[in-house]
Design a protein around this ligand. Structure first.
Ligand code: SR1
Ligand code: MG
Length: 380
């Protein structure tokens, strides 16, 4: 019989008390995520975070049941990514398999990168640090650098999970159908309908879905949007690794770059020209740090290197495109755009869909500048 029960603030506090020097502990629920319950548990002299997987998709309600396997996947992925990119993910204090609960260090002085970007605050160094994280974990778990025995072991540990199916549905399928999980402003219906009737686009998206399913190139984060990055006073951390699996290397850079595009378009539409350009600079910094870190771990004389990177950018551009589109018409939206007042919101949504489509069906992006120009519909 399973000893699983859903935490409330009292049970989360009792569960975490042994990890705090000074009991008694008290808990507050802090998560507003789509999949889990997250509590901050405070003792007299310190605090920890408790993240518990629920047996259903929180955002969709109990009608969308899920196993709690993602908790174990996240715990394993935190371990592997910490090995590849030390100090760039939160420290795991304890894992309880039966309760599907991870106790993590409390990053209470950190803020969500998405929220900082929405507020128009400069975030120096963050993009470069996440670019290095991406290169370290993606190359580090790929055939490029990982010994084949170890990779074989990891490959059997991380299978194509239930959350991969959620991504398939929410990113690659539902936005191009009349799925009831989609939602958008009524004014966007002509654009949503155009997506459903765009054969060239649907074919290209189906090809990307196939790549997502079949190209087991590296242990990717699987959901690397700007809300999955916490920014601290001295460093940044990548969180929420439950979507991790062996997938295409270009997926994580694509999701991150796509979300930076959303932020930049939201600012540009509000007339925040300088900040929109700063976000563009962050995208360039992310890509530069990614490529520099790849170069560092790659044999300098390897002739294939440039072509490899060109392939990653080509994939990233297309994955960014589907991410942008699904955030406009699918189930999970982003605050960057949804918080805009009308008519700015409509104009932003229209531009995002157009940019996303251009990335997905157009030729492969060959430079980060070309990516940005196509994604935002601005001059090269
Ligand atoms: C129901 S889960 C919705 C979205 O939240 C996660 O962060 C992923 O992006 C997923 O697609
Ligand atoms: Mg997430």
């Amino acid at each position: 019989m399973s000893g699983y029960y859903e935490f409330d603030t009292d049970s989360a506090a009792s569960f975490a008390a042994p990890f705090l020097m000074d009991s008694p502990a008290r808990a507050v629920e802090v998560g507003d995520g789509n999949l889990n319950r997250v509590f901050r548990v405070l003792g007299g002299d310190g605090s920890v975070v408790v993240k518990q997987a629920l047996p259903y998709l929180k955002v969709a309600g109990e009608d969308w049941p899920l196993t709690r396997n993602r908790s174990r996947i996240e715990r394993w992925a935190l371990h592997e990514h910490e090995r590849m990119a030390p100090g760039l993910v939160p420290e795991v204090v304890y894992f309880d398999e039966e309760l599907s609960a991870i106790v993590l260090e409390d990053l209470d002085t950190y803020e969500s990168w998405r929220e900082l970007l929405i507020a128009g605050r400069p975030t120096p160094g963050v993009a470069a640090s996440i670019g290095r994280y991406s290169a370290a974990v993606l190359l580090g778990t790929s055939h490029v650098t990982q010994a084949s025995e170890e990779r074989k072991r990891l490959r059997s540990q991380f299978t194509y999970s239930e959350l991969c199916l959620v991504t398939e549905e929410l990113v690659f399928t539902a936005p191009y159908t009349t799925s009831t999980s989609n939602h958008y402003d009524p004014g966007l219906e002509p654009f949503a309908s155009a997506l459903r009737h765009d054969t060239a686009l649907r074919m290209a998206v189906a090809e990307l879905r196939y790549a997502f399913r079949t190209r087991d190139e590296a242990l990717i984060h699987g959901d690397l949007h700007t809300g999955s990055v916490l920014v601290g006073p001295d460093d940044s951390r990548v969180i929420d690794l439950e979507f991790a699996f062996f997938g295409p290397i270009g997926f994580d850079p694509g999701i991150l770059l796509g979300n930076l595009v959303l932020s930049s378009i939201a600012h540009a539409i509000q007339g925040h020209r300088e900040y929109a350009d700063l976000v563009r600079h962050y995208a360039t910094e992310y890509w530069r740090a990614f490529t520099e870190e790849c170069r560092r771990v790659w044999q300098p004389t390897e002739p294939w290197f440039h072509r490899f990177l060109a392939g990653v950018l080509a994939d990233a551009g297309r994955f960014a495109g589907v991410e942008m589109i699904r955030r406009m018409v699918g189930l999970a939206h982003v605050k960057d755009i949804d918080s805009l007042p009308e008519p700015l919101r409509f104009e932003a949504q229209r531009r995002v869909i157009e940019g996303g489509r251009s990335l997905v069906i157009g030729p492969a992006c060959t430079t980060i500048d070309e990516f940005w120009s196509r994604a935002t519909g601005t001059e090269l």
